[in-house]
Design a protein around this ligand. Structure first.
Ligand SMILES: [Zn+2]
Length: 191
């Protein structure tokens, strides 16, 4: 069998092992070693170091996944911030969210106001015409307002759904990286 002479990466002792060997335990210091081959050269590396490097790489991958998901969450939020301004109703108090309740209030007003005018004025023809105009105008605005409320609701619901998805993916990724670290430290304890 072909053998190869290497030195222990921990204590420097000379080791002779089969050329095909991938792992070896140093007969002097008992360190577990991995045989590495790069180009024509072969050398040993302490297995603990190998495990650490592997864990670091796994953690880095998880970290960048977590970072990417956090970025996604932030961009979902900022998209929504832009979107909602366009969907809100501009009033003298600034932007307000259009609601179905507001639409119902407008519908009620579009009936109560004309009826009140007719009753209070005794019902001359021009007042009846004015009342009809008010009913149609306010009712129409109520319909428009209700449409705005529904569009806002729908957009908000889809924003929430996107955000919840991203949030649960982030939670999975975060618990995943904890698990990976735990697993790696267990491996160390075992060896
Ligand atoms: Zn050794």
């Amino acid at each position: 069998m072909d053998t190869v002479s290497l030195s222990c990466n921990n204590c420097g002792a000379a080791l002779t092992l089969p050329e095909s060997a991938r792992f070896v335990t140093c007969s002097y210091c008992k360190t577990q070693l991995e045989v590495k081959r790069e180009g024509g050269a072969a050398f040993t590396e302490i297995r603990e170091a190998v495990a650490n490097i592997e864990r670091d790489v796994a953690d880095l991958k998880h970290d960048s996944r977590v970072r990417a998901l956090r970025d996604e969450l932030a961009s979902i939020d900022s998209d929504w911030d832009d979107r909602r301004t366009a969907l809100m109703e501009k009033s003298k108090d600034g932007y307000v969210v259009p609601t179905e309740g507001g639409a119902i209030f407008l519908f009620a007003l579009s009936i109560v106001l004309p009826v009140g005018i007719v009753v209070a004025s005794g019902g001359p023809a021009h007042m009846i015409l004015l009342s009809i105009a008010i009913f149609l105008g306010m009712g129409g605005f109520g319909l428009y307002y209700r449409e705005r409320a529904r569009r806002y609701e729908a957009a908000y619901a889809s924003y929430r759904a996107r955000r919840d998805d991203a949030e649960s993916e982030l939670a999975v990724a975060q618990s995943g990286s904890k698990k990976a670290s735990r697993r790696a430290s267990q491996d160390e304890d075992d060896s």
